[in-house]
Write a protein that binds this ligand. Structure first.
Ligand code: SAH
Ligand code: SF4
Ligand code: F3S
Length: 439
């Protein structure tokens, strides 16, 4: 029996691709293992959105050289976003001579053949620049998927990104936007419901662009309306929304469709209009604040989360203060905060006024401290409220449920409740989680 060890880095696109990769490997007779020592095939599904995870890949894979010496038939592979960058691929080939197999984000379906060649001793490198699909199609549609959860599933609705924010590498490594057809998405969800899934998260780098590239034009809000009519499951989530593309129709869908959960991840990136312009985000600070107002007016209980970057080239103290004040003004439920990381090949990496590392760090600490205090206050507000929870699991400390607004709640209760919806009162709050009591 052969074993594989699969390490996944990066965003939900990679998480889902790893479910596809796992499906393929199981169909080839491989079994998963958590131990690199036990593995016959080690595969890293990589992310290149920032430098840190890239460094980690070099560190880990270099350390596997020893394993390879003890066990020469071991196949070591790298896939995902990192090798889609030509200069990174070159570096990888030089710095990691013991890597046997490299493929990218557009040719995962070729894994059986590529792995077969690699196990016969060939060094296999195959990267496609862009996948050639028929309209509305993708190779993932035909492949077996091994999902990690039995309750919640990710469903891609649109692949790629064509926004070209000036700091971001994603459009270069994931290709242009292409939507799946409403029928194939619906088909996936019908299958999931039949298997007992209770929640789906619709995925895309910008779900609001959904349908624009199909010849039978449709929109994200129409898709939500359609999926909302499927009986037998409880919750629809989606990520990510680009603030520029959120319109009245999506706000209406959030307010009126009962399965669509009250949570909007709305990455703002920065609070200064000058920086937003240099980032090519397509909205100003005021546009964003207006949008937040509209969303909150329509859906008062909504949870708003965001992504923030500090230290974008040319960011002055005043620009950074604008980010802090926007964060205060909006009061996000939580935020992912990032230090700007120059990515080779992107326009921002070539800007002259890069910010020194220590100043970036100072700024991110200040931002994190502020956001943590706000997150904590937002959580405290929930104490005493009644929430609908999907019970997602059972562990040592009892049941774990999740609110429609995507917050974790710990509860007492028996394992048979896993998978059901319960009503609970929130009794206690901390920055990251809640305690509740089933009503
Ligand atoms: N498509 C999504 C997010 C993609 S990447 C969106 O547009 O919202 C996730 C987050 O990583 C981004 O929102 C951004 O905050 C951050 N990010 C992207 N490129 C980065 C870079 N070069 N340096 C630091 N953070 C970056
Ligand atoms: Fe990157 Fe911008 Fe596309 Fe998001 S929308 S993936 S930040 S280019
Ligand atoms: Fe990273 Fe690729 Fe996602 S670069 S953020 S794993 S699309």
């Amino acid at each position: 029996m052969k074993h594989f060890y699969l390490k996944t880095m990066g965003c939900q696109m990679n998480d889902h691709d790893s479910e596809v990769i796992t499906g393929i490997l199981l169909s080839l007779g491989y079994q998963p293992t958590e131990s690199v020592e036990k593995a016959d095939f080690i595969l890293y599904n990589t992310c290149c959105v920032r430098e840190n995870p890239e460094r980690k890949v070099y560190g880990h894979i270099s350390a596997f050289r020893r394993l390879k010496e003890q066990h020469p038939e071991l196949v070591i592979g790298i896939c995902g976003c990192m090798p889609q960058q030509p200069q990174e691929l070159e570096t990888m080939l030089k710095r990691l001579p013991h890597v046997d197999l490299i493929f990218g984000t557009h040719n995962i379906h070729r894994l059986p053949e590529l792995l077969n060649r690699a196990t016969s001793g060939e060094r296999v490198v195959e990267i496609w620049d862009e996948a050639q699909y028929g309209e509305g199609q993708d190779f993932r549609d035909q492949l077996p998927v091994q999902r990690t959860s039995k309750l919640k599933a990710f469903v891609n609705i649109i692949y790629g990104c064509t926004n070209f924010c000036t700091y971001c590498i994603v459009p270069y490594v994931r290709g242009r936007e292409h939507s799946r057809t409403p029928d194939s998405i619906r088909g996936d969800i019908l299958d999931l419901v039949a298997e007992g899934y209770k929640e789906v998260t619709l995925l895309g780098q910008n779900v609001n662009a959904y349908g624009k590239d199909l010849s039978e034009k449709t929109s994200f809000s129409s898709l939500l309306e359609d999926l909302n009519t499927i009986p037998g499951f409880a919750r629809i989530r989606f990520t990510t929304s680009h603030p520029r593309d959120v319109g009245a129709d999506l706000i209406g869908a959030l307010a009126s469709l009962e399965k669509v959960c009250e949570h909007l991840h709305l990455p703002v990136q920065a609070g200064s209009s000058r920086i937003l312009k240099r980032m090519n985000r397509g909205y100003t600070r005021d546009d964003y604040l207006r949008l937040v107002d509209q969303v909150r007016q329509a859906v008062p209980e909504i949870s708003l989360t965001t992504d923030l970057i500090v230290g974008f080239p040319g960011e002055t103290d005043q620009d950074f203060q604008d980010t802090l004040s926007l964060v205060r003004e909006v009061g996000f439920d939580s935020a992912f905060t990032f230090i700007y990381s120059p990515r080779e090949g992107t326009p921002a990496a070539r800007l002259p006024d890069q910010i020194p590392e220590d100043l970036k760090k100072e700024r991110i600490y200040e931002l994190i401290e502020l956001q943590n205090a706000i997150s904590d206050a937002q959580m405290q507000k929930l104490v005493g409220s009644t929430q609908e929870l999907l019970v997602e699991g059972h562990g040592k400390s009892g049941l774990v449920g999740r609110t429609r607004t995507n917050r974790q709640v710990y509860l007492e209760g028996t394992e048979d409740l896993v998978g059901s919806l319960v009503s609970a009162e929130i009794t206690q709050a901390s920055t990251w989680s809640l305690q509740g009591r089933i009503l």
